[in-house]
Design a protein around this ligand. Sequence first.
Ligand code: NDP
Length: 317
Amino acid sequence: MVISEKIHCLIIGSGPAGYTAAIYASRAGLKPVMYQGLQPGGQLTITTEVENYPGYPEGVMGPQMMKDFEAQAQRMGADIRWGMATKVDLSSRPFKIEIDEEKWVEADSVIIATGASAKWLGLESEQRLNGYGVSACAVCDGFFFKDKEVAIVGAGDTAAEEALYLSKLCTKVHMLVRRDEMRASKVMQQRVLSTPNIQIYWNSETAEILGDKKVSGLRIRDTQTGETKDIELSAFFVAIGHTPNSGIFKGFIDMDEEGYINTIPGTSKTNIEGVFACGDVQDKMYRQAVTAAGSGCAAALDAERYLGALAFNAAHS
Ligand code: NDP
């Protein structure tokens, strides 16, 4: 293995967590290098308007917000690069990271901010109308459909929570459950079932999302009979789970059974000293830009302390 570069603080991923880590790490003099990953800017680049990020009183478009984050990180001196980490060896220090399957770099510290990807149904109409009434985040986009009828697919805790959130904003929430029972915890199920404006469709799947330029309806298929029916509505929310982008760290970093990275509660520290995780790759609960940014800040502060101790020990050994 030929090492092409030695990096003091490597940040992998470029959503709100990664950029915030880059801002803090730059200001702390850690000379961070960021590899942006497959989707520079992360999940916010596929949303439309963001109204719940503090500091933007008029709201901001997701892609613009990520450009602002990037510009701020760059102004602080972060070295931001295209490219993705394709393999890692975290078994010894300095850590080794393969970039774009081409070259290997070494890093004294690593901040993992690779995010998570929403799972999608895989329908053509879902992809075409994404951002035009199709969304994977009710908390982000529900408000745009205030006083309208909407639908949500999924039956886990996220779907239940998002259905309840939407029920407070929208006139009616049609909830599609593919089996005859929900996976969500009993308490969440009870809340959903006792909310008058949530209508549950058991044994039902999404045949098609209807609409030309924006969502205008939904075709529901009964999985038992195959019968379909169309309903008119304005938005379709997908809440069938997320996949954390943690595959390359498997075998080195402790994760839960779904692949979310375990951090020491209240910190960004992983099981490997010098490797930190922030943002959605370690958070299946909140998944908000502002919580990701906060955890990115924590990761940079943790990395600063770790690198400070490393330098002190090297100077006194
Ligand atoms: P889950 O994996 O728990 O649930 C996904 C749901 O989507 C399941 O009901 C599944 O159906 C359904 N689904 C999957 N694929 C399809 C498809 N193609 N078509 C229709 N439905 C589909 O994901 P969540 O995001 O809900 O939760 C992830 C984790 O986070 C869980 O451990 C959850 O408990 C936790 N969480 C906890 C919260 C809380 O405590 N407040 C809030 C949010 C999440 P099926 O059941 O048939 O497989």
